[in-house]
Design a protein. Structure first.
Length: 377
């Protein structure tokens, strides 16, 4: 089961050089067409679903018609990078690393997934197995808002879910992830000239400051809960008492009660403004549940450990504070592992890279993991 690395890198170049930012469906369309062609070329069935005109399509890919699946593979076709990024800094390699927008997040892993399934299929190892691959285009920015429902439906019908996001920079795989909740708060005060009418003004920024301090200190590292006011803005000019302000709040958590605790703080603040003449409201909620390991997940980790040591591939396990589509899969109770793509780092930045010498080992690890799951039925 060998992978032709040159062909792989050539196709990865094609994928990376197509900008596929989540908000511009045309790019993800082209990625979807490419992946559709790849899977159809090995005789698999590809169903294209257009969930919303604001995002690219999703692909549900199966090796045969089935009510349930042994393995569900998850990856996303969109990136965070705006149109024009690939033209500015196209795919390139320096022999050791490959670079370019989306090279590991998640185009490399997606391609590895295809080649792993192709190899298993050619070796007739999938004859008694049902495999589903789900590729979405609304992962970045909007947290898979449209595709989460299909992901959950497919996950419920799958024995295991494997996510093709990159292996961490140190090679680790991910067995656990924090959930994410996001809120937008708006503060209303009364604008007034800072010199002439100061006492007529009521500062929305001052009220926001109370919220920021209260929310930041709601972080509880003993429970691994973080609260971050990531964006705060208000007022129009230095010479006026600010009449309006806005803040964006990001909560990462493992226990749902922690989200309730923080929204409780916001409710209390909203009910009792600290700054006279102001009021506030907020919108938002949980965007991704936590990915929590079950006993079966830990068993799968153990299998992957055994395969890794047989193949001589070093890696460890880690929890991550970042969100992935594995969260929706794990939410349904399906054992889910993430980070099975090639190893890399710098996601969402100009420095995004893939370690080229991890492509083949990680591909082998993926092949053997799928094989092991099938054999466990
Ligand atoms: Zn990403």
């Amino acid at each position: 089961m060998e992978l032709d690395l040159q062909q792989y890198l050539g196709e990865l170049e094609t994928l990376v050089n197509i900008d596929s930012v989540s908000s511009q469906p045309s790019g993800a369309d082209r990625i979807a067409a490419f992946m559709k062609g790849k899977f159809q070329s090995i005789g698999w069935t590809v169903e294209e679903v257009q969930l919303d005109p604001s995002v690219g399509p999703c692909l549900t890919i199966t090796n045969r018609p089935a009510q349930s699946y042994d393995v569900l593979l998850l990856a996303h076709m969109d990136t965070v990078f705006p149109i024009g990024t690939a033209a500015k800094r196209p795919f390139r390699t320096d022999g050791v690393r490959a670079y370019g927008p989306g090279v590991i997040d998640c185009k490399g892993g997606m391609l590895s997934g295809f080649y792993a399934l192709k190899a298993l299929d050619e070796k007739k190892l999938l004859q008694n197995a049902s495999i589903c691959v789900f590729l979405n285009s609304d992962h970045e920015g909007i947290s898979s808002k449209f595709s989460a429902q299909i992901n959950r439906q497919l996950s419920r019908r799958s024995r295991y879910a494997l996510v093709l996001e990159a292996g961490r920079a140190n090679g680790n795989l991910v067995y656990k992830r924090k959930g994410i909740a996001r809120y937008e708060a708006t503060f209303h005060g009364v604008a007034a000239h800072a010199g002439v009418d100061f006492q007529k003004g009521h500062s929305a920024v001052e009220e926001m400051a109370h919220w920021i301090l209260a929310l930041q200190s709601a972080t509880d590292l003993s429970k691994e809960t973080t609260v971050n006011v990531g964006r705060a803005e208000g007022g129009v000019t230095i010479s006026a008492v600010p009449g309006e302000a806005h803040a964006s709040i990001d909560i990462r958590y493992y226990e749902k009660e922690e989200v309730d605790r923080v929204t409780g703080i916001m409710n209390e603040l909203a009910a009792h403004p600290r700054t006279k003449g102001t009021h506030a409201e907020y919108t938002g909620g949980i965007t991704r549940p936590p990915m929590l390991p079950s006993e079966k997940t830990m068993q799968l980790c153990h299998w992957i450990d055994m395969i890794g040591s047989e193949l001589g591939i070093p890696f460890g396990w880690m929890a991550s504070g970042g969100g992935s589509d594995g969260s929706f899969a794990a939410e349904t109770g399906t054992p889910t592992i993430d980070g099975l793509g090639p190893v890399g780092g710098g996601a969402h930045s100009d420095g995004e890279y893939m370690e080229i010498d991890t492509v083949i080992p990680r591909y082998r690890l993926l092949c053997r993991t799928i094989e092991k799951i099938i054999a466990s039925s």
